[in-house]
Design a protein. Structure first.
Length: 159
């Protein structure tokens, strides 16, 4: 059974987002071993300088790097990544599961991921050209993971 680690920066504050995460996590139990690893956000001022932003991205990315397993397949969620269909995502996960037992999906904080962390990624994935809060991205990613497994199983969930 494939292990999926969602490694993300920050805690979900809104109850409706936590409820959605809980629902999709419950749905995923028979499909994979799912782990959501929340790492602390760096504290920055309301109007951070470029140096503060650089420091924040580096510190958060370093914490993420420490959670990545050596043989894990790493997918970085980032704006410069590729946008793919749900079917392509499903096929990619199927293919990857033949090579490794663990997939790490990483979601950075509001300032994104460091270049070093993106370079470590085996694949860079974008949810499109629109901007989404990173907390909402977590819910969207979980739904797409659930959909990917349902596509692989050939269920009616994906129409």
């Amino acid at each position: 059974m494939l292990t999926i680690n969602i490694i993300c920066v920050g805690k979900l504050k809104e109850a409706y987002l936590r409820d959605a995460i809980e629902e999709y996590s419950k749905r995923m139990k028979p499909l994979c071993r799912l782990s959501i690893i929340e790492l602390p956000e760096e504290r920055v001022s309301d109007n951070p300088s470029p140096a503060q932003i650089t420091h924040t991205v580096a510190a958060e990315s370093d914490r993420i790097m420490q959670k990545l397993g050596k043989g894990d397949y790493v997918i970085a969620m980032c704006v410069e990544g590729r946008s793919i269909s749900s079917e392509e995502f499903s096929q990619r996960l199927e293919s990857v599961s033949m090579q490794t037992s663990t997939v790490d999906l990483i979601i950075g904080g509001s300032w994104g991921l460091s270049d070093a962390l993106k370079a470590r990624a085996d694949f860079k994935l974008s949810m499109g050209k629109m901007t989404f809060p990173h907390q909402l991205c977590r819910v969207m990613l979980l739904e797409q993971l659930y959909r990917a497994f349902q596509i692989s199983k050939g269920t009616k969930y994906h129409k």
